[in-house]
Write a protein that binds this ligand. Sequence first.
Ligand code: NAD
Length: 326
Amino acid sequence: MRTLVFSSRNYFKKALTAVRSSHDLHFVETRLDSLTAPLAYGYPAVVVFVSDRVDRATLDILARGGTRLVATLSTGYNHIDVPAARELGITVASVPSYSPHAVSEFTLGLILSLARHIPRACQRVRDNNFELEGLEGFELKQKTIGVVGTGAIGQQVVRNLHGFGCRLLAYDPSPEPSLGQLARYVSQSEILRESDILTFHVPLLPATRHLVNPSTLAEMKKGVILINTSRGAIFDTHAVISGLKNGHIGGLAIDVYEEEAGLFFADHSSDILEDDIFARLLTFPNVLVTGHQAFLTDHALNKIAETTLHSLTEFEAQGNCRFCVK
Ligand code: NAD
């Protein structure tokens, strides 16, 4: 099927072309939005990523150009207006699971980096500064870690953390029975109150938007460490900045940011940063920010490419696919 891949980067192009398929793939680095949607004129399928703005206006242009399938190379599809797509006769496909290990291992990397100040230490050494003052860390073994959301990724986070011997708590409205041996399921309020470190692995839904807000923060321990590799809007960034300023939050590591669209996935090193909130976050010594890279492993990219191309094949043959969003 003739398919236009938006927001294409070498890592996606390499992965998608490495998998054998009969699809006629065309790649553009351009981000999809209502201004760039006309590029897809005459393409029955487009492939997008989380940085693309697939709102009603964009979908309307895609539909008029003959697009019938929008396949996102991600698990989450909150960047696509699915009800609008349905109304316009466009099917949406996603990659429900590719490698929970990719995100889980990255999450552990963020926790350890904060716990032992590894990024700061590397920076010092590059400057020939071997002073250890200020690099005192803590051991995970001594901590209570709360995992919020125990779907594919959260479960793997629990399994990976278990080896550190820390006390593990979990919260999910749909608990996973097999995790009971490794973590204790508690209420949302208990996990917030009891955890030294909280890591979030929930989809972005109306109910999870700003799950971390002034009132949930008030329930958390003083000095709590927060990790977000899910979606930026799970955290109310203003509230988090206040918590960092007054010391209620002792550390923050985020791979996702509420306003990341238009900022992440591109080189802005020569630009003036216009987002003052993001700029403020970067001023804290106890904050780590990465640019939505937790998924980015060779194995995950291969799985993402295989699933997406399989969805294109199924859709072309049957007008539907296993991983089409229902
Ligand atoms: P999943 O659907 O397997 O699991 C999500 C879990 O969250 C489910 O068990 C669900 O019951 C639970 N949940 C829903 N609402 C909740 C709430 N209010 N409180 C607690 N738990 C709640 O999804 P997954 O594959 O584990 O992925 C989780 C999220 O990670 C995705 O939605 C996506 O946004 C994000 N993600 C990020 C990256 C990255 O590169 N940073 C990569 C992949 C996925």
